[in-house]
Design a protein around this ligand. Structure first.
Ligand code: FES
Ligand SMILES: [Fe+2]
Length: 343
C-alpha cells in the first residue's frame, strides 16, 4: 500500500504532525467535467489517488491495484467502473472488485476491494478528505447558488510552491500595483488603507475598501472618479479563500481560491467563479484573465524563501498592510500546525 505503517504516505514531504491535521480537511482533487469514463489520477498531501465514475457515484481510492500494485489511473473505464491495465480486475461502486477475468466464477476475496475516500461534488469540483472526522466540511461558496449568477469553474493551475504561501498571496492587498499592473492594477495606486480582519469559526473575513479597480485593462472600462471598491475576503482554513469584489453598478464577482496541497512543495489551484454580470461573455475570456492573474502571482510565490509559510512571527517582518497575512498565520497556528515541511 502507499500508506505506511505510521499512516503517512510514502515519501511524505510534510511534518508528520502537520500532515495528520491537514489530512482531516477537505480539498478539491479534480474538475467534475474532466472526469468522464476514464479514471483520473490526482495527488493530495503526497497520497496518490485514482478518481473514477461508477454509475451515479464518484469513487476515490489510493492509486494502486491491490493485486500487483499497478496504478489504477492506467485502467480503462466505461462510466460503470474501471478495469486494471494489468490483469483486468474490475472495480465498481464503493471501490468494490466485481470481476477477476482469470477466474470468472470464483468468489472474490474482500481484500480485493479498494479502500476509498469520501467524494463530494461542489462548484464543478470533486472534493475529498483523507482522514474524515464527521461530515464533509467543504467550504461554502457565496453566491454560487444565487439566482442570476453564472457559475464558472476555471481549469486548474499547478504551482511549484506550498499552498500556504499561495493562499497568503491571494489575501495580500499590497501587491496589486507591483505584480498585476499588466492585468488590472495601477502602479500609481499602491497605498493600502487600513482594514481589520474579523475572526470566525472557520477562519476570518476582511472588508477591504480601496480605489484599486478590478476591471481588466483590456476591457477599457473606468469606475466613477473616487469610487471605493469593496473586496470582501473570506478564509476557510487551511487553504481555501474567496474574494467577493463589489463593482460600481451592483456587479458581484466571487473568486474562490481553493489550493489543494499536492505535496509540501506543489499545489494545484482550483478556482470556481460566480458572477452576476457579463453573463454572455465567452467563458474562455474569463479562463484566460484568471490564468493571467494567477500566473503573475505564480512568478512570485514560486521564488519565496523559505518555501514553507513561517508561522513563527520572528522570522519575517510585518508591515501594517499585512493584517490579513498575520491573521492567516495565526489561524494556521491555532489549528496546531507548525513547520509544514519535513526538511
Ligand atoms: S495488477 Fe491490477 S489486475 Fe493485476
Ligand atoms: Fe495577486
Amino acid at each position: 500500500m502507499t500508506v505506511t505503517q505510521s499512516g503517512l504516505p510514502r515519501d511524505c514531504t510534510f511534518d508528520p504532525g502537520d500532515w495528520a491535521i491537514l489530512a482531516r480537511c477537505w480539498y478539491p482533487v479534480a474538475l467534475s467535467r474532466d472526469l468522464r469514463d476514464a479514471p483520473v489520477s490526482a495527488r493530495l498531501l503526497d497520497e496518490s489517488l485514482v478518481v473514477y465514475r461508477a454509475g451515479g457515484e464518484i469513487v476515490i481510492a489510493p492509486d494502486i491495484c491491490p493485486h500487483r500494485g499497478v496504478p489504477l489511473s492506467l485502467a480503462t473505464g466505461d462510466g460503470g467502473g474501471i478495469a486494471c491495465a494489468y490483469h483486468g480486475l474490475r472495480f465498481a461502486e464503493q471501490g468494490r472488485c466485481v470481476a477477476v477475468p482469470a477466474h470468472p466464477t470464483a468468489k472474490i476475496p474482500a481484500r480485493l476491494h479498494l479502500r476509498t475516500y469520501p467524494a463530494v461534488e461542489r462548484y464543478g469540483l470533486v472534493w475529498t478528505c483523507l482522514r474524515p472526522e464527521g461530515g464533509p466540511d467543504v467550504p461554502v461558496m457565496a453566491h454560487w447558488d444565487d439566482p442570476g449568477f453564472q457559475q464558472i469553474t476555471c481549469p486548474s493551475i499547478d504551482i511549484a510552491a506550498f499552498a500556504g504561501r499561495q493562499v497568503e498571496g491571494f489575501l495580500d492587498v499590497a501587491h496589486f500595483g507591483f505584480v498585476h499592473p499588466a492585468s488590472f492594477a495601477d502602479p500609481g495606486n499602491v497605498e493600502v488603507p487600513a482594514y481589520t480582519p474579523v475572526r470566525h469559526d472557520r477562519g476570518f473575513s476582511v472588508d477591504y475598501w480601496s480605489t484599486v479597480a478590478n476591471y481588466p485593462h483590456t476591457a477599457g472600462r473606468q469606475a466613477p472618479p473616487g469610487f471605493q471598491w469593496l473586496r470582501h475576503f473570506d478564509v476557510h482554513l487551511p487553504f481555501t479563500a474567496q474574494l467577493v469584489v463589489h463593482f460600481p453598478d451592483g456587479g458581484l464577482l466571487n473568486i474562490m481560491n481553493a489550493a489543494s496541497p499536492v505535496s509540501a512543495r506543489q499545489t494545484r489551484m482550483f478556482c470556481p467563479i460566480a458572477r452576476n454580470f457579463d453573463l454572455d461573455l465567452p467563458l474562455q475570456a474569463t479562463y484566460d484573465f484568471n490564468r493571467q492573474i494567477f500566473e503573475e502571482d505564480r512568478a512570485i510565490v514560486e521564488v519565496q524563501k523559505p518555501e514553507n509559510l513561517p508561522l513563527d512571527p520572528k522570522i519575517e517582518v510585518n508591515i501594517p498592510a499585512d493584517r490579513s497575512s498575520v491573521a492567516y498565520r495565526r489561524g494556521l497556528r491555532d489549528l496546531g500546525l507548525s513547520h509544514f515541511f519535513t526538511a
